[in-house]
Every structure is written in C-alpha cells, then in structure tokens.
Design a protein around this ligand. Sequence first.
Ligand SMILES: [Zn+2]
Length: 126
Amino acid sequence: MSVIRLMTCDTAVEAYLIKGRLKNEGIETFITNENFSNLMPHYTRILNSGIQIMISDADYAEASKILELNIKQELICPECQSTNIKFSLGKNKIKKIFVILISLFISIPFNNLKTVYKCQDCKAEF
Ligand SMILES: [Zn+2]
C-alpha cells in the first residue's frame, strides 16, 4: 500500500469539501501543501503546486468513481482522436517566453500562463 495524489485543488474549501465527501463514503484521505498554497496563492498550479488530496492507492479507483474523475491518463485529440499530443504554450509564444524571462530576472513569479495541448496530426489546440 502506498499513498498517491488523488487530485489537486485551487482552494482549501474545495479540498475539504472533497475530503468530507469521501469520508462520508468511508474513504480516508489527507490534505497536503495547504499552508504553502494559502501563503503563496500565485504559485498555485505552477510547478505542480496547489492543495493536494492524498489517498491510499487501494482506494484510488473507488474515490475516482465517486468523484467521477477521468482516470484515463492518455490524452486524445477531440478533433481527430489522435494520441500524438504535445504540450505547448499556444498562441503568443514569444510574449509568454518574454514574460517568463522577465519574471525570472526580477524574481517575481509570473501569473499562470495558459498552456495548451497541441495535436501533432491535425494541429488543433485544446
Ligand atoms: Zn488532432
């Protein structure tokens, strides 16, 4: 048995609501990274941060079913059903790279840049 991450939430309220819902079903979870995310909310979703709900791997499938999470890990293009997907910065790539460089230079974190997945076969972004 090992502990794995069930999901990442943006707020503590959301995380505790999910924790309570799972507890009602008899599934024990715990929340981690809460203090950091409350103190540094602008880092949420950057570098895999955010309030994380941790769960035993034995309970993962049942919890996913209760929360109706999509546990399928493979990305599929909505246009052509291809699995040849790559991570991309989307439009205004040069502007986003410039923002990242400036934020590194002045040591202030950049806001969450919207990233997209790009299908390598039909070039659709989603
Ligand atoms: Zn496609």
